[in-house]
Design a protein around this ligand. Structure first.
Ligand code: SF4
Length: 428
């Protein structure tokens, strides 16, 4: 049973030092595609454990007058007039999908926001509330599942055991430096383990988290600098698939480029893995740019393909991925080929309120779902400055969007067989 607030949460803001305060004279507002609105009580959940609160530099909070419903800008500290303030957003813990973004007005010369998702957050009944829903019951990346002391001990042990394996050493950095949940689960010997392979990519995504050339925004983690051998990959994958609960190994991680560009190595690795064990799921997260490479890997034993997708509309897909020698047509062909080979296909669909639930995007997604029939949609928040994204893809819509909760209802109604979640499922 989802817990909603009995009353309307109030606005929170931060002072120049980042101290966060609530202002009970204004209700919090949300943002959708650049439009401000008052969230409905059903939009709220308590801020999930493991979430972070971000202070947004150069951005003023926007709230709502409790009596008139008017949208109002809070320009300075209401308790210390004249003192500068900043807007606040929630970066939610995994398995939660955004319904409304944080509401703010960007000031001149404001720095670009880093590569995170900015969800609306407010205060009510002595706690923070955010506009989101839990999109996957799976606990694999819940904060409660990770104890740093255990992680450190088990990671150091494996790093010693696999001194010679460059990929294990790379994952050691992912685990201990970036706290990557997938790398942590590998060292803890459970659930989904990562297998990054590619230093290069055939796309130049505006919001790429492993390579940022804009100079105005830094990548959240370094890209792997080498291509591991099939033997190094199998040395990680085989014991994990043989022993882990709900075991999955996944090519295509945030710390690499496009794995399909390493199809030769991955094909050999899958063959080596399946020679040792038929347990668990071998998955590939990808921009699905190379249908023929997908065909080879499916034939080699790839079980599931996760296709990253910012939009089902060609012009927005092209504007975001800036693809080199491929297009959305190739992506859809890769889905068809993987399905034809009997594989499982997920869409890693980037959610941004105001875009995802726009009428044009919904109808394009409807068509893709009807024609390509993927098995699952992973409802992932777009980790980017919303205003930068909308400008970059030249977003335009002709009519008010339906709202993310209505969007979710429509998808469930029209595609009852389609799985909705956040993570790659273990399918074997
Ligand atoms: S496909 Fe992945 S690695 Fe390549 S540019 Fe896009 S986000 Fe970066």
């Amino acid at each position: 049973m989802t817990h909603h607030p009995a009353g309307q949460p109030t606005l929170v803001y931060a002072d120049a030092k980042g101290n966060i305060t609530d202002f009970s004279s204004l209700h919090m507002a949300g943002m959708s595609g650049g439009h401000f609105l008052l969230p409905e009580k059903e939009d709220f959940i308590p801020l999930p454990e493991g979430s972070e609160l971000f202070v947004l530099p150069g951005r003023l909070p926007v709230g709502c007058d409790p009596d008139t419903g008017e949208i109002l800008l809070l320009e300075d500290d209401p308790y210390r007039p004249g003192n500068p303030i900043q807007a606040v957003a929630a970066f939610m813990s995994p398995a939660h999908t955004t319904i409304l973004n944080s509401a703010y007005q960007t000031q001149d010369k404001a720095p670009r926001l880093p590569l995170f998702a900015y969800t609306a957050v407010g205060w009510y009944d002595d706690r923070f509330w955010t506009t989101a829903f839990r999109s996957d019951a799976d606990i694999r990346q819940d904060a409660s599942q990770f104890k740093q002391t255990v992680i450190n001990k088990k990671t150091q042990k494996k790093l010693k055991q696999y001194k010679h394996n460059r990929l294990v050493q790379h994952l050691g950095k992912c685990c201990l430096t970036y706290a990557c949940p997938a790398a942590r689960n590998y060292f803890l010997g459970r659930w989904e383990a990562p297998l990054p392979t590619s230093p290069v990519c055939n796309a130049r995504c505006i919001g790429c988290i492993s390579l940022q050339t804009s100079g105005k925004c830094s990548a959240t983690q370094d890209r792997i600098r080498f291509v591991p051998t099939a033997a190094e990959i199998a040395e990680i994958a085989v014991p994990h698939l043989q022993n882990a609960e709900r075991a999955i190994v996944s090519f295509g991680q945030g710390c690499e480029g496009e794995p399909l560009l390493q199809a030769d190595t991955i094909e050999q690795a899958i063959a080596a893995i399946r020679k040792e064990t038929d347990r668990g799921t071998i998955n590939l997260n990808s921009n699905a740019s190379l249908p023929l490479a997908v065909k080879r890997l499916a034939a080699a034993g790839l079980d599931s393909l996760r296709v990253s997708l910012n939009s089902a509309q060609l012009h927005y897909h092209t504007a975001y991925y800036r693809p080199q020698n491929f297009s959305l047509t190739d992506v859809i062909e890769s889905i068809r080929i993987m399905k034809e080979a009997g594989g499982f296909v997920s869409l890693n669909y980037f959610i941004l309120p105001g875009v995802t639930d726009s009428v044009e995007e919904y109808s394009a997604l409807q068509q893709l779902l009807h024609t390509s029939k993927p098995d699952r949609i992973q409802l992932r928040n777009l980790n980017m400055d919303p205003e930068w994204y909308l400008r970059s893809i030249k977003f335009h819509t002709t009519s008010p969007c339906m709202g993310m909760r209505q969007w979710l209802e429509n998808i469930k109604q029209e595609f009852p067989q389609l799985q909705l979640g956040y993570y790659n499922p273990s399918i074997c």
